[in-house]
Ligand binder design. Structure first.
Ligand SMILES: [Mg+2]
Ligand SMILES: [Zn+2]
Length: 187
């Protein structure tokens, strides 16, 4: 096995509520609101040469609220705004389905992580997932990764209202993506 094929650890980031505001369905590019601190946080991961992969549920596609082409437009905008802040992501994976479709890629299922791991030679057991919902953590834990819950987006309410019933707690809590990245880099 050549050196480039040795699986690497990665950081998987949820999009809505983690990289940007939780807006409900992002059915127009104007509804993507990247947090002002997101680019700097992601840049620190870039500088540490840790692959950054975005994983996001976009059931608005299956619900005919917006076409798949809009998801790509929104991601193009996200990429350019992050680039303006000197940051990049190494991949973006999304699930276009709704729960009733019973796919393997809708969080909390780990399909998006598995897909990315195959395409980028990633070591899921050494990787982190950062998200604002329990589904992000459940996905992380099912895949053998660790999960950080951020308090942005749904995070604070999700934690305060429900964490006592969660079968497994987050591996860490963070105020926002900046603190989550600091936590990961200190690991
Ligand atoms: Mg989210
Ligand atoms: Zn899916």
């Amino acid at each position: 096995m050549s050196e480039t094929q040795i699986p690497r650890r990665a950081v998987f980031l949820d999009r809505d509520g983690t990289i940007g505001e939780e807006m409900g369905y992002v059915n127009h590019v104007d509804r993507l609101r990247i947090f002002p601190f997101a680019a700097a946080a992601i840049r620190r991961l870039n500088q540490a040469r840790i692959p950054v992969i975005v994983v996001t549920n976009q059931s608005g596609v299956a619900r005919n609220i917006f076409p798949e082409s809009l998801v790509h437009e929104v991601h193009k905008k996200m990429i350019s705004e992050l680039a303006a802040g000197g940051a990049h992501v190494d991949g973006i994976y999304f699930c276009p389905h709704k729960t009733e479709d019973a796919c393997v890629c809708r969080k909390p299922h780990p399909g998006l992580l598995d897909h990315a791991a195959r395409e980028h030679a990633l070591d899921l057991a050494a990787s982190w997932v950062v998200g604002d919902r329990y589904a992000d953590l459940e996905m992380a834990h099912t895949a053998g990764s660790r999960g950080i819950l951020v308090m942005t987006g749904y995070g604070r309410g999700e934690y305060e209202l429900h964490h006592a019933r969660w079968p497994r707690q987050p591996d860490a809590l963070a105020d926002d993506l900046t603190e989550a990245v600091r936590r990961i880099l200190n690991d």
